[in-house]
Ligand binder design. Sequence first.
Ligand code: SAM
Length: 283
Amino acid sequence: MSGRLVIVSTPIGNLGDFSERAARTLEGADIIACEDTRMTRKLLALSGLTSTAKLVPYHDHNGATMRPRLLADIGDGKIIALVSDAGTPLISDPGYKLVASCHDHGFTVTAVPGPSAPLAALTVSGLPSDKFTFAGFLPPTKKACESAITDVIDLPMTIIWFETPRRLLKSLTLMADILGPRLTVVARELTKIHEEVIRAPLPDLISMIEQRESIKGEIVVLVEGRQTDDTIFDEVDVTLMLQEELRQRSLRDAVKSIADRTGLPKRSIYQLALKMTNATPSD
Ligand code: SAM
């Protein structure tokens, strides 16, 4: 049989999710290209698999060097299985350049599909699943994170992000500020002992998490897309509300009051208020 690349999904926490076909593929491969060979060795050992395949590292830092070698191996008729540490390779994990290069060389690429955190999270979220955007990891800096959230503000579909426990509250707070009180889900430790799905409008979700001593584990955040109702209040409506509110209260309180009444994001009301008053942002 001619050489090929096989993309093999592995469990995201529960070994029981390791499929029969994934196991047989790893056993039968000539080479397993691993994000981390130690992790894959551990997975094989825990699953009681005895693969004679050669394990080689394939990750972001050695991809450029490894790709020509792996392509040459496929050209020589070898079957290469690509795995990441957990879940489906290429999904915020290495592999897409290797797949693209295989196509460029006319090599076959097949998949042994299986666990993947964003899809598992979507299915338990109770958020619309007919259309969604997977936006990868939220960026670590505040500015880049704001911009990533602002980029999806108008998308009328569920948005899925990966996030770390350490940054979760900061990111949720930025989301609340930019997206308003949208229904949001934190899906944590899926398929593992401490699996948990926390689901509430953003401000409530933030309070619930603030009340905890800490939040740990692997996390997916899902936010509902823009609702058509968001457009019930147009700029003229909000301007009139602002004129009224600003007669009675401070800019900050006026923005909060209108956000509570309309469900619109505070940030967009604030921007409009600044435009009206010609002020400069204070925060
Ligand atoms: N390729 C993987 C997949 O298909 O699931 C995702 C790899 S990405 C580098 C790792 C991130 O996925 C974690 O930081 C976390 O955000 C999310 N994740 C992985 N396993 C998870 C789990 N069991 N529960 C919740 N989120 C998980």
